[in-house]
Design a protein around this ligand. Sequence first.
Ligand code: G1P
Length: 288
Amino acid sequence: MRGRVRKAIFPVAGLGTRLLPATKTMPKEMLTVVDRPLIQYAVDEAREAGIEQLIFVTGRGKAALVDYFDTAFELEATMEAAGKSLDALAPTRARFGEVVTVRQQRPLGLGHAVWCARDIVGDEPFAVLLPDDLMSGTPGALKQMVDAWEKVGGNMLATEEVPAEKTRSYGILTPGKVDGDLTEVLGLVEKPEPEDAPSRLAVMGRYILQPELMRVLDKGERGAGGEIQLTDAMAQLIGTQPFHALKVDAVRHDCGDKAGFVIANIALALERGDIAPKVRDFLATLRA
Ligand code: G1P
């Protein structure tokens, strides 16, 4: 089995049209859940799982994301001179060389975004995290996956059961043998109608993949919506390498959606000792 998972791809070139007008000039990954941008949650989760290199696949208008993980010299110098603590900035500080960016010059799909990072990933397994899917769990979802992956190797994705009418929003898998929280993946299809869906097990935005996936993506085949789909490329690896889905012990919030984004803010605020009492008191007034 191949080494460790050291690199993670964050596809962050999306336009975030479901969250307009907020995302007109602001990358959706920079929208705030409680007190930090969405991207910070995904990066924290990756670091906890042992990821050493964060690969952002960006696009035009996404510079704020890269600046966010840079040193803010003026801000830090001013705060230090005023005797203010810099503790809040700690998670935003990237180690030298920790963040690498590459542009996805055209919006050709999630598979294409991942493929844009092929030369940075090289010949080793890598993770993919979709920051829209905010996964709240302890340990984090990717750490749970890495722990399971170390036993079975190959490719792994996170899964969760969804209601039948939701299959058309996700990649859906054909389940094979089940071993506790691990399910063998026998097939994958992107956004099937409920009547065509092989199960209700949906792909959540966390993956550990083998570099051979990039060779499949080299072909540039178009799938659902005319896009180069990650799901279709993964489907072609099934049978050639181990492929598992892990039911992660985490709550997933779809922050690419307005309601999901508001719910994430409430749910995460309630997990935060410093602000939870105030938020809980307010919610109680709504029920009265
Ligand atoms: C993408 C993937 C899909 C996956 C989903 C998880 O879809 O294509 O297979 O289930 O993320 O959030 P998107 O939400 O970008 O349409």
